[in-house]
Design a protein around this ligand. Structure first.
Ligand code: GLN
Length: 333
């Protein structure tokens, strides 16, 4: 329904994150706590991902004043995979606006797996939201550019601005995924059959596969998340990447569907917008405070990093980041 809020200005609640030394101490505690867990398995449906080191674990917090706190394998490179969906959606939202993004891509949770074909059929060919593959493909199709190459360059440059450094594609991951992405090709063609994609669907899959193959480390993810926590300005470079409104819209989508069909449980436990990827990356955004980036490739059944979720849950509680948590107003009087 129409909520009639168009002319009402967005007020922003503030609240300072803990001090640097406190963040470092809590980061160490969260890391040690999550390190005790070895459940889950490394993804293998994209052949090259099965070569990941299951023991790798890096955890990084970037705060909105530009500080970086890191522990473990934060310099290890991996492919960004589905986490790219969050940032490509932000870029597309910036290009086409709130209303059209809502109409064309949608923002409701599917309740089904990230690569579900059934979800498309159940919803009259609508891709539902930008964090599942159908919606991510529909979103990538909307990236400005005359050709697929121009679109790819726009994605690479845009995500590089979020990270604050020049990101490059991992060619091996791209090759591996390109040979095995039959399902994504089917999804794109199904969407095209419903007129939901106006470009060549296989070109769209190619740009999408490239965006998923961008190489990042946990620090990059923390910086990208911190940009979404900082109203669209990268706190390290000081550069504006997207508007504060686009940031807010992107975080709403992440809260509803960033962890696929496990998004409800994630929000219940952690209370923050987040986005995971099958290579084991995870971003979490505490608006106005910090971005958290982690890498730990063992995944649960929904395809979300086990250690990443545990460390983030710890930080959300210990740092007071859960956006739904409040204390009594009267207690402090
Ligand atoms: N590139 C992967 C795919 O399309 C991304 C999936 C993910 O990270 N969940 O299957």
């Amino acid at each position: 329904m129409e909520l009639d809020v168009a002319g009402i200005e967005q007020a922003v609640a503030t609240g300072a994150p803990p001090s640097d030394s406190r963040i470092n101490a809590l980061l160490a505690e969260a890391f040690a706590h999550a390190s005790k867990h070895s459940e889950g398995t490394v993804a293998h449906y994209i052949p090259i991902l099965s070569r990941a080191d299951p023991e790798a674990f890096g955890l990084c917090i970037a705060d909105v004043s530009g500080g970086l706190h890191e522990l473990g394998d934060t310099r290890r490179q991996f492919s960004i995979q589905s986490i790219s969906k969050a940032f490509v959606f932000a870029l597309v939202c910036e290009a086409i606006g709130h209303e059209r993004a809502l109409e064309i891509v949608g923002v409701n949770n599917t309740g089904l797996a990230f690569n579900s074909v059934v979800a498309i059929e159940l919803n009259d060919g609508h891709p539902m939201n930008p964090m599942v593959n159908a919606g991510a493909l529909a979103t990538t199709a909307l990236v400005p550019g005359r050709t697929a190459d121009e679109q790819w360059e726009a994605v690479r440059e845009g995500l590089s601005l979020f990270a604050g450094r020049d990101l490059r594609m991992d060619d091996e991951v791209y090759e591996s995924e390109s040979h095995t992405n039959l399902r994504n090709r089917a999804i794109a063609q199904l969407l095209a059959s419903y007129d939901r994609i106006e470009r060549d669907p296989l070109d769209v899959v190619d740009v999408y596969t490239r965006q998923c193959s961008l190489s990042v480390d946990a620090r990059d993810l923390a910086a990208m998340a911190a940009t979404l926590a900082d109203g669209g300005v990268n706190p390290v470079t000081g550069e504006r990447v997207v508007s504060a409104t686009v940031c807010r819209d992107t975080l709403a989508v992440l809260a509803a569907s960033g962890l696929y069909e496990a998004s409800g449980e994630w929000l219940f436990d952690i209370g923050l917008p987040g986005k995971s990827g099958v290579s084991g990356g995870l971003i979490t955004v505490a608006p106005g405070k910090v971005g958290i980036g982690s890498y730990a490739p063992r995944l649960d059944l929904a395809g979300n990093s086990v250690q990443g979720q545990i460390a983030t849950a710890y930080l959300s509680r210990a740092m007071g980041l859960n956006i739904f948590a409040s204390g009594s107003h009267f207690r402090s009087e």
